[in-house]
Design a protein around this ligand. Structure first.
Ligand SMILES: C[S@@+](CC[C@H](N)C(=O)[O-])C[C@H]1O[C@@H](n2cnc3c(N)ncnc32)[C@H](O)[C@@H]1O
Length: 330
């Protein structure tokens, strides 16, 4: 089976779950970065100037992060794939799973979008529970990894789609410009996809709200905003605040070639205002506690820090059925 990525024009067409037409997307060349354990596969310390020292625009963020995730895709899967599971929805490094949290609600028969899907593990989880899904991501490298997982699942159970699980339709898309009509999906979600990596967090939430049908659900997890104030270190050094929580200047990595990578910060208040402004209602804000049985470290997330500080925030929102400005009395 080809591991090409296919575009999705009609994700809720049952035929789209095993599309026959492959899409030969033109892929931007992306240079592999040296794999250095201490920097998670990024350029070495000598090559990169990292800091919180200047603003980074939306376009340069998207271009740099797409290249970075393309280059990082295989190393990321090698490091985290087993923890995530190929058809599971893990909300963050704490290891809290949708199976136990249940924040997406009923999945059977629902039209579901996973944005910033990476290797589409969450979309596969939803598809296995009867949802009609589509998974999108900025990085072709991540989507190719997703297609390989689907191909391997198909090979492992070649007799029937039921045994293999449905194949996930994949499309390359910036989460801030989703290629879907308004009011399309019942559920839109992401586990750490796109949200920490876009310059305009408000635009991203508006875009998710746009493609959600009234009454539909948006759930996304991301780095808990409080983490911004602390060094990204799993040990004792990560327990002392060294940055202002209120400083929105992004984290960026630059080489002589330009921007290599960027992460953007929004405070908790910023995120909640973005959600309200997009016509969504926040129905829950889950701060998963670190489970005693999880002894794994993921970057700066660790059992030590997890005992003291939240590492992940999961925002659970619903799209208003009547737009705020159309309500009586307004
Ligand atoms: C930490 S991974 C999360 C993916 C998956 N849920 C996981 O846990 O592995 C972040 C993903 O966000 C994607 N991403 C970054 N910026 C994006 C953007 N602007 N639009 C869509 N996806 C983006 C990256 O390509 C990457 O696949």
């Amino acid at each position: 089976m080809s591991d090409d990525i296919h575009p999705v024009t009609d994700p809720w067409d049952p035929g789209a779950t095993r599309p026959s037409a492959a899409w030969n997307a033109s892929e931007e060349p992306s240079g592999m970065r040296p794999d250095d354990e201490s920097t998670g596969g990024r350029l070495s310390d000598e090559d990169v100037r990292a800091g919180y020292d200047r603003p980074v625009g939306a376009t340069e963020t998207t271009t740099a992060n797409r290249r970075w995730w393309d280059a990082e895709a295989e190393a990321y899967y090698a490091e985290h794939g087993a923890f995530l599971g190929d058809a599971d929805l893990v909300w963050g490094p704490e290891g809290v799973r949708e199976e136990s949290l249940g924040v997406l609600g009923e999945l059977e028969g629902r039209l579901v979008l996973e944005f910033g899907a990476g290797a589409a593990q969450g979309a596969r989880y939803a598809a296995d529970r009867g949802a009609r899904v589509v998974a999108t991501d900025l990085s072709m490298g991540m989507l190719r990894r997703a297609a390989r997982i689907d191909a391997a699942r198909g090979d492992a159970a070649p007799c029937s789609e039921q045994e293999a699980g449905p194949m996930v339709p994949l499309a390359q898309a910036d989460a801030c410009a989703l290629p879907f009509p308004d009011d399309t999906f019942d559920i839109v979600f992401s586990a750490y996809g796109a949200v920490p990596f876009v310059a305009d967090g408000a635009l991203l939430v508006r875009e998710c709200a746009r493609v959600l049908r009234p009454g539909g659900r948006l759930v996304f997890s991301t780095t808990h905003p409080i983490r911004w104030a602390f060094p990204d270190a799993p040990g004792e050094a990560g327990l002392t605040a060294t940055m202002s929580y209120f400083d929105r200047t992004p984290y960026s990595e630059r080489s002589d070639a330009g921007l290599e990578y960027a992460e953007h910060h929004r405070t908790l208040g910023d995120r909640i205002r973005d959600i309200a402004a997009a016509g969504l209602r926040l129905v829950d804000l889950v701060e998963p506690e670190w489970p005693a049985e999880n002894t794994a470290t993921w970057g700066g997330w660790s059992p030590l820090r997890g005992r003291l500080l939240p590492g992940t925030a999961i925002f659970v929102c619903e799209k208003e059925t009547v737009p705020r400005d159309a309500r009586p009395g307004r």
